[in-house]
Design a binder for this molecule. Structure first.
Ligand SMILES: [Zn+2]
Length: 57
């Protein structure tokens, strides 16, 4: 199943879609580098890595 990759904002704890998707079965094997996102909730730029990700339908 394809899941959307969401990242939790460290300031507001709200979830933000990254626009990326991943096959759920492959997720445990997926290696992610650090990414940045412009956060719509607090208007800062966050660094995020795999541990910050929440998968959603
Ligand atoms: Zn934020």
């Amino acid at each position: 199943m394809i899941k959307r990759i969401l990242v939790r904002c460290p300031s507001t704890a709200k979830l933000t879609p990254t626009g990326q998707t991943v096959e759920e079965d492959a997720w445990t094997e997926t290696k992610l580098k650090a990414h940045k996102m412009s956060c719509p909730h607090c208007e800062q730029v966050h660094d995020w890595t795999k541990k910050d990700v929440v998968l959603a339908r």
